[in-house]
Design a protein around this ligand. Structure first.
Ligand code: B16
Ligand code: MG
Length: 219
């Protein structure tokens, strides 16, 4: 069945806030004396703030932390992360991403964001992307984050699209799993593309045009 809607992950796909997540978690881990590296960081892609902390704490061997202490840690990480976000501008969205979104839209496809992040709306506003999408489904609207399909199901519902007509674009393994669990087609970009687990692997963001437009005339 033909794809009629594209649901984009945000962090690591539309914008490179993944670097800011890494730096903010690294600062917190350093402060607490917890070992943290790029490999551990890969496992944080697409998963919630709270689950990310649990992954980081796998390397912590101090006294047990209370829920309040954990909340303090996630709040601190988010405050550091938000400082990076504050400095974002439209320059943080590549011309390739902008052109591709515009061409997909012009071809008649519906576009949505499906992100685990509770900072999604802030990032879309800072980067001038807020008006580019027909729907936004994010971490403030769901109970379970990726690999659970909830965020993508909600995006599909907001667009009024059946799952099989949606293509999910993701940089996280957890995100590809979520897209599949939602019954949607999947395209892997960046880190997720190295595992060949999706229906399509994208070398460049603009490869979406080859998959979605060049094979069909939408008029
Ligand atoms: P926040 P995505 C995800 O965004 C990030 O990949 C993940 O690293 C982060 O923990 C999660 O959002 C929650 O983000 O702390 O801003 O609510 O990839 O689903 O767009
Ligand atoms: Mg992502």
């Amino acid at each position: 069945m033909e794809v009629e809607a594209v649901i984009f992950d945000l962090d690591g796909v539309l914008v490179h806030t993944d670097r800011f997540h890494y730096l903010a978690w690294a600062e917190l881990a350093d402060e607490k004396g917890i070992y943290f590296d790029e490999n551990i960081n890969q496992r944080l892609r697409g998963v919630s703030r709270e689950q990310s902390l649990e992954i980081i704490l796998e390397r912590y061997d101090g006294p047990e932390l209370s829920p309040e202490e954990k909340k303090e840690m996630t709040d601190k990480k988010n405050a550091t992360y938000r400082k990076f976000l504050e400095r974002m501008t439209s320059d943080d969205v590549s011309q390739e991403v902008r052109d591709t979104l515009q061409k997909l839209k012009a071809s008649g496809l519906k576009l949505a964001v499906g992100s685990s992040s509770k900072n999604t709306k802030f990032i879309l506003e800072k980067t001038g992307l807020a008006d580019e999408f027909d729907a936004v489904s994010d971490g403030t609207m769901i109970k379970r984050t990726k690999p659970d399909p909830e965020v993508f199901r909600l995006a599909g519902n907001l667009l009024g699209m059946k799952p099989e007509k949606c293509l999910v674009v993701e940089d996280a393994v957890a995100g590809i799993e979520a897209g599949k669990a939602a019954g949607m087609k999947t395209a892997a970009y960046g880190e997720a593309a190295t595992g060949h687990i999706a229906d399509y692997d994208l070398e460049h963001f603009s490869d979406l045009l080859k998959i979605l437009i060049n094979h069909a005339d939408r008029g």
